[in-house]
Design a protein around this ligand. Structure first.
Ligand code: ACO
Length: 427
């Protein structure tokens, strides 16, 4: 097998080693490229560039395969609890019962958020987008907790991980309660992680909250399916911010901002808004398909296409089935589910989408489930962030433990050269 590639430049040949992964991926190690040749690479959007070697998540976009630490996403989504998956992603192995119990009880211990954080939350207008609130509150957590982690100390690292795992669902729930005008509450240490999420989000002040197994199961599955996705936009953000040795909470707050955009996690909100717009317009899916294909129209079919998947997103397959189950079990008829299915059918047989290998992604059906659970549309991306938290932590931990260098890309400068400066009065 080839072990290197050769590059010829100015009549000189340079050799760069190939780096292999455990799933047979191959990359060219160009660490010495600039030093040897004076050249840099240009790859906008990093479509061809690996930023790190990682042992957390593997995905094969051509085959539609996704694995966390070697376990198939289908097995985890159907058989595991979100906290087990979080432990797996962060620490590398599935927990034993004792390890899981300890993780859960350590999280319970830390699941109090400083009351002063409520003052910050209160100062946001009710119209503020929940993702902006979530990013700010996550960043603000730094002010109430140790700002830096000694990554050489197992104990320090564990403490920081438990702290954010514990406090994050509380601020997620508070964000939803702010949107809905409900009083803020805390978790219940007798409940599991996911049951606590449900109770904190949905409990009304004037009645008890009865846990609903359908809601817990749906939340559990959605959180697992969103838990990690290797070097996507928000995860790369977390790693790059963390690479400056910024703290865990600050890095995650930056990841939340990256996730917010409609081309990334914000797509789940954009999908529902698109489906609602189609419904309000009379349900003519063909008209919107034509808009999506028109190069003069900026409209895109939200929830379709993926940077890496050029086949079915395996998460979308699971979510589609779950959407049907949840709506049936909760006795909800949602016309936009039919619009979504109609759009999917049309896109899958349309040459524009087929040629470009555009398939439904994780967010095409997730919003329909969130909506059925009673979560407001603008909260959908917050739910994505809650699921993605263990992935961000795992990737941040891996980056720090590998002592990766600060992320700092190069560029090809195309601006002006040698301009003569004139003082303000002379301009
Ligand atoms: N609707 C219509 N056309 C599309 C769509 C879409 N949803 N997605 C891609 N295309 C077209 C592009 O116009 C382009 O066509 P061209 O080759 O004729 O110019 C081609 O497919 C390739 O698209 P790119 O934008 O170059 O692909 P890229 O890998 O950069 O983008 C992305 C991937 C951002 C996900 C894109 O498919 C998209 O915008 N999808 C809609 C938003 C969305 O659902 N995002 C969620 C992604 S999953 C996640 O982040 C959790």
């Amino acid at each position: 097998m080839e072990k290197s590639v050769k590059l010829t430049y100015k009549n000189e040949t340079f050799e760069f080693p190939l780096v292999g992964g455990t799933e047979d991926e191959l990359g060219i190690d160009i660490k010495k490229l600039r030093a040897l040749t004076g050249l840099v690479t240009l790859d906008p959007g990093f479509k061809n560039s690996g930023s790190c070697q990682s042992g957390v998540t593997f995905l094969d976009g051509e085959k539609g395969v996704l694995k966390y630490r070697g376990y198939a996403i289908e097995d985890l989504a159907n058989g595991a609890d979100f906290l087990e998956v979080a432990y797996l992603l962060i620490f590398g192995e599935l927990p034993t019962s004792a390890q899981l119990d300890k993780f859960q009880s350590d999280i319970n211990e830390e699941s109090i958020v400083d009351e002063d954080l409520k003052v910050i939350l209160k100062s946001f207008p009710k119209t503020a987008h929940p993702m902006g609130i979530l990013a700010s509150l996550t960043s603000a957590l730094t002010a109430f907790n140790p700002s830096s982690v000694d990554v050489d100390s197992e104990e320090d690292m564990y403490k920081a991980i438990v702290t954010i795992m514990a406090k994050f669902p509380v601020i997620v729930a508070w964000t939803q309660r702010k949107v809905k005008g409900l009083p803020l509450n805390y978790s219940d240490s007798k409940l599991s992680y996911v049951d606590n999420v449900a109770k904190m989000m949905f409990k009304k002040p004037n009645s008890d909250y009865d846990l609903n197994p359908t809601i817990t199961a749906a939340l559990n599955k959605l959180l697992i399916l969103h838990a990690d996705h290797e070097q996507n936009c928000s995860t790369s953000t977390v790693r790059i911010v963390g690479s400056s040795h910024a703290g865990l909470f600050a890095s995650i707050s930056a990841g939340i901002s990256a996730l917010w955009g409609p081309l990334h996690g914000g797509a789940n909100q954009a999908v529902i808004e698109m489906l609602e717009a189609i419904k309000a317009d009379g349900g003519d899916t063909k008209k919107f398909m034509a808009k999506a294909k028109d190069k003069n129209d900026s409209f895109r079919l939200m929830g379709f296409g993926h940077r890496v998947y050029k086949n079915f997103d395996p998460r979308a397959k699971i979510i589609k089935v779950t959407a049907d189950e949840v709506l049936n079990e909760l006795g909800i008829v949602d016309p936009i589910l039919d619009i979504a299915k109609g759009l999917e059918q049309e896109a899958l047989s349309d040459t524009y989408f087929v040629d470009r290998k555009l398939y439904p992604n994780v967010d095409f059906y997730s919003g329909i489930i969130y909506r059925a659970l009673g979560i407001p549309t603008e909260m959908f991306t917050v739910m994505f962030a809650l699921g993605r938290l263990p992935g961000w932590i795992a990737q941040w931990r891996e980056m720090r433990m590998n002592n990766e260098p600060i992320g700092r890309p190069r560029q090809i400068y195309t601006g002006a050269t040698e301009k003569v400066f004139k003082t303000l009065k002379k301009r």
